[in-house]
Design a protein around this ligand. Structure first.
Ligand SMILES: C[S@@+](CC[C@H](N)C(=O)[O-])C[C@H]1O[C@@H](n2cnc3c(N)ncnc32)[C@H](O)[C@@H]1O
Length: 289
């Protein structure tokens, strides 16, 4: 069993994180995904690693035809129950995002809340390739993750979440050799202690952009008749914290966009790794053409 299976397979993750994933926040993130992906009612969307469906269900409520894939049956049960109570239909599929069965099926794919970096780089390349293959020509893939350069600015190695007298202790460090965060969590609930370890690879926007031209993606691009030149990797960034820097970031973004390269900060924060809404980024990549 891998570290993320242990963390996401039980109920500690939702118990401690769910209060952060408020209705307001999830609605805001669904709005952002809708906009970044250029969605319209009736479009086919794949939510990769959809978790308990907080975005899938909201995108479906806006009229998208959503498929949510996750490895945790427990999360999918909850996602389905929430869909029923919202009166929306979502096709929830239990599976591994490293093995996608679809070809040319979706208008858009999203992967949200730092659910991208759990694997080795060759597996991450594979996810990008398969997501690309699952997209119709012209489709878009949005990844929401921490951008390491902004995360570093505010990195906080330790944090505690508390809910109803239970505690989740978190100790994180940046691993410069692997380019990601290695985090140890200790959940103390009802007199029991559980320990989890999770490594999250965080390729920054610049690095991710370079992944277009790795040997693996070139080989696959050739075999899939999708020359790497036709994959555009774009993004945006901004800070939700300082309107001033947000303004300059977004004008930099607008300029950079002309050159089809920038990255936008989507704002708010989940983990105590980085306080006050810093450190999460949104990168849209790649679009198929
Ligand atoms: C941090 S949660 C994010 C959930 C959701 N995207 C959201 O925004 O709330 C990470 C999710 O990744 C899922 N996951 C981890 N490894 C996976 C894999 N190999 N295939 C599919 N899902 C996976 C976990 O089960 C968990 O639901």
């Amino acid at each position: 069993m891998e570290g993320y299976d242990e963390l996401f397979g039980g109920d500690d993750y939702l118990w401690f994180w769910e209060p952060m994933l408020s209705e307001k926040r999830s609605e805001r993130e669904a709005e952002l995904a809708w906009r970044l992906l250029g969605l319209e009612p009736g479009m086919e969307v794949l939510d990769l690693a959809c978790g308990h469906g907080r975005l899938s269900n909201r995108l479906a409520r806006r009229g998208a035809r959503v498929t949510g894939l996750d490895r945790s049956g427990r999360f999918l049960e909850r996602a389905g129950a929430d869909a029923a109570s919202l009166g929306v239909e979502v096709d929830y599929v239990e599976g591994d995002m490293r093995e996608l069965p679809w070809r040319d099926r979706f208008d858009a794919v999203l992967n949200w809340f730092t659910a991208f970096g759990y694997f080795r780089d060759d597996e991450l390349h594979g996810i990008l390739r398969r997501a690309r293959g699952a997209l119709k020509p012209g489709g878009r893939f949005a990844v929401e993750t921490h951008d390491p350069s902004l995360l570093m600015e505010r990195f906080r190695g330790e944090g505690i979440l508390e809910r109803a007298g239970d505690f989740l202790l978190e100790r994180a460090r940046w691993d410069p050799l692997r380019g990601g965060t290695a985090t140890e969590f200790v959940a103390v609930r009802g007199g029991e202690t559980r320990r989890y370890e999770l490594f999250v690879r965080l390729p920054g926007f610049t690095e991710l952009r370079g992944w277009r031209s790795t040997p693996a993606s070139r080989a696959s691009a050739a075999s899939e008749r999708t020359a790497s030149r036709s994959t555009r990797i774009t993004g945006e960034w901004s800070s939700s914290r300082t309107p001033e820097s947000q303004r300059s970031a977004s004008s930099a973004c607008t300029r950079a966009r002309a050159a089809a390269s920038c990255s936008r900060f989507a704002g708010s924060l989940s983990q105590p790794l980085a306080p006050d809404g810093w450190g999460r980024g949104t990168t849209a990549a790649p679009s198929r053409s």
